[in-house]
Ligand binder design. Structure first.
Ligand code: ADQ
Length: 462
């Protein structure tokens, strides 16, 4: 292996944030835009640093990469590891279970074995990259065993772990046949961060019960090692959203979107990864019922639903896609007319300025997950509404609801409650829109993603 400098900071996530770009007949790798990348780039560029992660299926990434002064260390996974560790244990066991088991979690020993094996691969790559006394920041549910695996071989490192999704209560977590190993894996970290205090509390209760850990609510001890447990609610690059929202291009595009929709009186918007936790189907059912009961007039009200393709190899996601597309078809078939559709469904990814233009074009933003660690879309909508207009309908079952108190909050399982709040949002007087939006904007202005990253790293002693 060529000589290289080991890193003072190593970030580890399942996915390496890169996309392949072909330039002049050569393959180049760019850092993909996104909240985590924009939050961490300034921190990473301040010192020698490496990002460890899987470059994605069949990407053919070389052993080492570099982009914008950050070293990238690809972890290559076999087809079987992708199937068992990633699609299996991560996305069919942990993901549904941690989201209130809204789909049944499946337990297979072969998936677990692969999860252990893959965590070891990430741990080994991290150990290889980290300088003596370095800071290691591990992200998310795919890598819950890595903190302990790393600590066992490198006690000199400061290890942080942040979970982006909810951490479930005892009644659910207790199902996992390997629950003790997962808790012990996480307790290898010095700082363990969650999106909410509820998640942090669930974790401490479980560690005492199933891992034999001792300590208080925010400090746990196991085998002579102490971990700090706390909530670090993630946020967005608020300034960047506000800057993009003010550009003439986005203002023009927002106007153009409304024109292309036929200048309806009201535009409702949903923007989600196509995931069964996001409540897209519930939202469509409520919209359909309101149309049927003539509480919404399809001639002056349009719903735009943007759904980014996600985890398409997993059966539950294929079923969800079919269901969403069936509902869209049924609503448009029943309530549309020639040249006029009540629902505009876009199954693809958008560049950030286009997304911000959609946020600016929407009178009502619908964020209705049945469970969500945080939900950045809600925060992005608020940050983009520099005009202090628009209404945010927000599920109580998101992490964001803990902070965005001035949103129109709703229990997504309560169909009548949802119907009421949709109608209320559509008719919200401008003065109330402004009052609420000003309060919401204050939250995201004060608490942005840079503050989040700094708080976590300070907690780690960086
Ligand atoms: P996700 O489940 O992916 O994240 P979310 O927080 O809403 O959910 O983030 C989605 C991101 O994708 C947003 O930044 C959004 O702008 C972007 N996006 C959505 N639709 C898009 C489209 N069509 N084109 C381009 N971009 C699109 C997980 C957890 C969340 C937690 C985050 C961060 O499930 O609860 O908030 O991590 O910790």
């Amino acid at each position: 292996m060529p000589e290289r400098t080991r890193s003072e900071l190593v970030v580890v996530s399942n996915r390496l944030p890169v996309t392949r770009a072909r330039r002049g007949g050569n393959d180049d790798w760019d850092l993909s835009p996104g909240g985590l990348v924009s939050a961490l780039t300034p921190v990473l560029q301040k010192r020698t640093s490496t990002w460890v992660g899987w470059p994605g299926p069949g990407s053919g990434a070389p052993r080492r990469l570099e982009s914008q002064g950050i070293q990238l260390r690809p972890v290559h996974l076999t087809r079987s590891q992708v199937e068992h560790y990633y699609e299996g244990f991560s996305n069919r066991t942990i993901w549904p279970l941690y989201h209130d088991a809204v789909r049944p979690a499946e337990y297979h020993r072969i998936w677990w074995a692969s999860y252990v094996e893959a965590n070891r691969l990430f741990a080994t790559a991290t150990i290889d990259e980290a300088a003596r006394g370095a800071i290691v920041w591990i992200h998310d549910y795919h890598l819950q065993l890595a903190p302990r695996m790393i600590r066992e071989r490198r006690p000199d490192l400061r290890i942080g772990f942040f979970l982006h999704i909810p951490f479930p209560p005892q009644e659910l977590f207790a199902q996992i046949p390997w629950r003790r190993q997962i808790l012990e894996g996480l307790l290898g970290a010095d700082v363990i961060g969650f999106q909410t205090t509820v998640g942090a509390r669930n974790f401490t209760v479980l560690c005492r019960r199933y891992a034999g850990a001792e300590g208080s609510r925010d400090e746990l001890r196991l085998h002579g090692h102490t971990s700090r447990v706390a909530a670090f609610p993630i946020s967005i690059d608020t300034q960047e959203f506000a800057r993009v929202a003010a550009t003439p291009e986005v203002v023009r595009l927002a106007g153009e979107i409304r024109t292309r929709l036929g200048n309806p009186r009201r535009v409702l918007l949903g923007v989600d990864r196509l995931d069964y936790t996001k409540g897209i189907d519930l939202r469509l059912l409520v919209f359909e019922e309101l149309l049927r009961e003539k509480k919404i007039d399809p001639r002056d009200c349009v719903l735009v639903q943007v759904a980014v393709p996600s985890r398409e190899q997993v059966h539950a996601y294929q079923t969800l896609r079919n269901e969403v597309e069936r509902l869209v078809g049924s609503i448009n078939g029943s309530f549309g007319d020639v040249g006029r559709s009540p629902v505009h469904y876009l199954h693809r990814s958008f560049a950030m300025p286009e997304l911000v233009a959609l946020y600016r074009a929407a009178d009502v933003m619908l964020v209705t997950p049945v469970r969500d660690g945080m939900n950045l879309v809600a925060k992005e909508y608020v940050a983009s509404r520099i005009d202090e207009r628009g209404a945010l309908v927000l599920s109580e079952l998101t992490g964001a609801a803990h902070e965005l108190r001035a949103a129109l909050q709703v229990n997504p399982y309560d169909v009548d409650g949802l119907k009421e709040v949709f109608v209320r949002a559509l008719e919200l007087p401008e003065s109330e829109q402004a009052r609420r939006m000003i309060a919401l904007r204050r939250v995201v202005e004060r608490h942005h993603v840079h503050a989040w990253a700094n708080a976590f790293l300070e907690g780690l002693g960086a």
